[in-house]
Write a protein that binds this ligand. Structure first.
Ligand code: PTT
Ligand code: SF4
Length: 611
């Protein structure tokens, strides 16, 4: 089969051994790549109930059949592991030259098992693998360490690395690349740190196996032009994801004061137009002609690359209305290698808990010096409070109380859309594959103009449809979804690129089946891990944060809005029915069989009664 190499590189860090492993062709076409491949490997090769920070966990770096080939935004890579934050399936997706280089090196994925005795970094050049000493890199921030590695291995090498937060196993530590791209919100950087692995550097020089290179190139060239000609293109290039700040404010979903309100009085101080006036340059991921990384100078005069989620969570959510200050926090988060969403949520928790008397220390919304200090305390585990927050919101609320202040689903903090008045988006967070994340079903833009307050079967259907396209199709082929989401570049371009790469003649529907299989296997993995750890899976796991039910908005055009628990539960039921999952949110035996997951059925059936 073309498109895939059919090979993964397995690196056992305990034994300091690397071997090439053939991947079964059926497995590749059943899961395609990226997320699908990662969850299948975790299911097959990890013991149920492992400690995510133990050497038994696997760190998986996976690409897909079109990754690294010509085509709009194919420079992305998936990083996955059992999450130390949620104890379920965890992954992230980031732009990096690593994606392109891994393709050229000859692998569909790299799997790291075990733990290096000493701080190390791995250098991969085609089939050659070195496990190198990283004493001189350990302790460095991600910007300095990446620079040093590029000097050593050439500036076009692909680098994935962790910062001081990953080294300290902060549970929301991410993996960073290219000084400002980040992936792995559920603590994938902590897993890398637990393996004493500072960085992965990849170089490749081989020609990837492609079925019809000429047609692939021609189609890619046309798709690039098509993207550029879309009416939304010029404004996208101007503001990128930052335009969402004004959109969220207009639609009352901008997270404000730890997800208590959906509008922020100072939103114009942090929005896309303010960013435009400050912009000094633009960056992007490899193979992209719609580059959206907006670089500004922060409060200390350093460059910082902004995105919507970062600015909302480190801005309105903690009461900061000055973009330069927000940009400083954002840059530091990238240098420490910590998730900006998790960090903004932890700070929001602390301020609200302080104001409600659960934490003795006094903290105010928007108090920049105090916030800066707390951010560093969390990222570096410097104080007791910082250390507790570094363990995640579930832990923090078990220590300090104020469960209502902990805005998360399954332990993963909610990304930047408030859902007091958005039941469909609340469902999307509730059932996302990794805990609260908009990457699966960003239904909110559809929802605000399609019966916003309804809890209808149609809404559940839309959530699932988007989940399959975004959390399935794009995560499996491993390409950036933004040209489709933001410019309206048709999905068919990606289907064509996939077919020319692989020689298969798939339609979008075929990819949707793979997506459903992936989602169902991910759910099965969560259930397996929960039960192996002595917890019982139930539908409450798929509930959004309690605050959206109990504390209505107190200001703005939607004052008084809140979610209805009973109706939410009905909406959740519609969603389960569509997927063939039972009332607990567990896949039915017949569903597993229908999706070709018979082996999963027998494993799961031994742990729990399937319906
Ligand atoms: C993603 C999440 C997001 S989603 C953002 S901004 W966004 C935050 N970015 C962070 C950051 O930056 N630094 C940091 N220290 N922490 C951060 N945490 C947050 O992480 C990103 C773009 C964006 S910008 C989005 S939506 C799209 N995400 C994609 C995706 O998930 N899949 C896919 N196939 N294509 C995507 N394209 C877009 O990529 P996580 P990036 Mg990210 C700095 O990883 O864990 O999934 O969380 O990748 O290269 O930085 O590009 O408004
Ligand atoms: Fe990267 Fe933005 Fe291009 Fe997507 S659209 S590949 S996030 S630069």
């Amino acid at each position: 089969t073309k498109g895939w190499w059919g090979k993964l590189l397995w690196i056992d860090l305990s034994r300091r051994e690397a071997k090439q492993v053939e991947i079964d062709k059926n497995l590749l076409s059943s899961y395609v790549g990226g997320r699908g491949l990662a969850v299948r490997l975790l299911w097959d090769y990890t013991r149920p109930g492992i400690d995510p920070l133990s050497p038994e966990n696997l760190l998986i770096v996976a690409i897909g059949p079109i990754t690294g080939l010509p085509g709009p935004s194919t420079g992305k890579v998936v990083v996955a592991a059992k999450s130390p934050l949620t104890h379920g399936y965890g992954d992230g997706n980031l732009g990096s030259r690593t994606a392109v280089m891994l393709k050229k090196a000859g692998f569909d994925a790299v799997v790291f098992s075990g733990k290096s005795e000493k701080p190390s970094y791995v250098y991969i050049e085609n089939e050659k693998v070195e496990i190198n000493n990283a004493d001189d890199l350990w302790g460095l921030d991600t910007f300095t360490a990446e620079k040093r590695l590029l000097e050593r291995h050439g500036k076009d090498a692909g680098v994935l690395l962790i910062g001081p937060s990953g080294e300290r196993k902060v549970k929301m530590a991410t993996i960073i690349s290219q000084m400002g791209r980040s992936g792995g919100r559920p603590g994938i950087g902590a897993v890398m740190g637990s393996k004493n692995l500072k960085a992965i550097v990849v170089r490749g020089t081989r020609d990837p196996p492609v079925d019809d290179l000429k047609s692939l190139r021609e189609t890619a060239a046309k798709a690039y032009i098509e993207a550029k000609n879309k009416p939304a293109y010029p404004f996208w290039i101007r503001q990128g994801t930052m335009a969402t700040i004004q959109w969220s404010q207009e639609n009352s979903v901008l997270p404000t004061y730890n997800f208590s309100e959906g509008v922020f009085d100072e939103s114009s101080g942090i929005d896309g137009f303010t960013m435009e006036k400050m912009k000094v340059s633009q960056r992007g991921c490899p193979n992209c002609n719609s580059i959206c990384g907006n670089v500004v100078l922060d409060a200390s005069g350093e460059e910082s690359e902004l995105d919507y989620e970062n600015v909302a969570m480190l801005g309105s959510n903690i009461g900061l209305g000055d973009l330069k200050k927000v940009a400083q926090l954002n840059r530091l988060a990238d240098m420490w290698g910590i998730d900006t969403i998790g960090l903004g949520s932890a700070i929001g928790f602390a301020i609200e808990a302080s104001q409600k008397g659960f934490i003795n220390e006094k903290m105010e919304w928007g108090d920049f010096p105090k916030i800066l200090e707390l951010a560093e305390d969390i990222a570096l585990r410097r104080t007791k409070l910082g250390d507790d927050l570094a363990e995640g919101l579930v832990h923090a609320s078990s220590v300090y109380g104020c469960e209502e202040c902990a805005i998360h689903v399954k332990g993963l903090s909610v990304s930047a859309y408030d859902c007091h008045a958005a039941p469909g988006m609340a469902l999307s967070y509730g059932v996302s594959s990794v805990g609260a994340h908009h990457k699966d079903a960003w239904v909110i833009s559809w929802e605000v103009s399609h019966g916003r307050f309804a809890y209808s079967p149609e809404k559940a259907k839309k959530v699932l449809e988007l989940q399959k396209i975004r959390g399935g199709f794009f995560e499996n082929i491993v390409a950036c979804r933004l040209p489709w989401v933001e410019l309206g570049l048709e999905l068919d371009w990606y289907v064509k690129l996939f077919n020319f790469a692989t020689g298969l003649r798939w339609r979008l529907d075929d990819h949707m089946v793979v997506a459903e299989r992936t989602l169902t296997l991910i759910r099965s993995y969560w259930v397996r891990e929960y039960h192996a750890e002595g917890r019982t899976w139930n539908r409450k796991m798929d509930y959004p944060p309690i605050k959206w039910f109990t504390r209505p908005y107190t200001r703005g055009p939607l004052k008084g809005a809140r979610l209805d628990p009973q109706k939410y539960d009905e909406l959740l039921g519609y969603y389960y029915e569509l997927l063939g999952w039972d009332h607990r949110g567990i896949p039915r035996a017949s569903t597993l069989r229908r999706l070709g997951l018979g082996d999963v059925e027998s494993t799961l059936g031994k742990i729990i009664e399937l319906t």
